[in-house]
Write a protein that binds this ligand. Structure first.
Ligand code: S3P
Length: 164
């Protein structure tokens, strides 16, 4: 079984993913961390040197590589991955995707000071627009968890229930 967590920046994909992988006793892969490991560069540096398009192509290639691996795993992907080219189709074809649905206001509170997320420079309005643009892609996930006011632990438990 492969499980892919999707959702906007700050929805807790990495935290929940790690927790979920421990509970299910499966390996955990965070796609952003894999990108950093493989390129030897931090995400803001990749955006600076190659532009967002360059970042998206690396993300797309590594996403495919991970989803085509043998065996089970829990994967979390960056907030923009499902909305780029045919990525959501590939995610849904090779894994069970789960959308962590969190209200925009909570997301903004969690990410607005983050220097490691280049798109935060778009500001509150710009990010809200991006969030609304991406929602239809997130909504194509196989499963959805309503995350408002829930802890990572509660979200992970709910995912396990939904998967069973
Ligand atoms: C991005 C989200 C980030 C990271 C990059 C771009 C996006 O991941 O992939 O900064 O376009 O939403 P998180 O969703 O884990 O913050």
């Amino acid at each position: 079984m492969k499980v892919t967590l999707i959702g906007f920046m700050g929805c807790g994909k990495s935290t929940v993913g790690e927790l979920l992988s421990k509970k299910l006793n499966l390996p955990f892969i965070d796609l952003d961390s894999l990108i950093v490991e493989r390129t030897g560069r931090e995400i803001p540096q990749i955006f600076k040197e190659l532009g967002e398009e360059g970042f998206r192509e690396i993300e797309r290639e590594l996403l495919r590589e991970v989803l085509k691996r043998e065996g089970s795993l829990v994967l979390s992907v960056g907030g923009g991955a499902p909305a780029y080219r045919d990525n959501i189709e590939v995610i849904n074809k090779h894994s069970t995707s789960i959308f962590l649905n969190t209200p925009f206001e909570s997301l903004w509170e969690r990410i607005f000071k983050d220097k490691n997320r280049p798109l935060v420079k778009l500001g509150r309005e710009g990010l809200k627009e991006l969030y609304l643009k991406r929602l239809p892609y997130y909504k194509r996930a196989n499963l959805e968890v309503e995350c408002r006011d829930k802890s990572p632990e509660e979200i992970a438990e709910e995912i396990i229930l939904k998967l069973s």
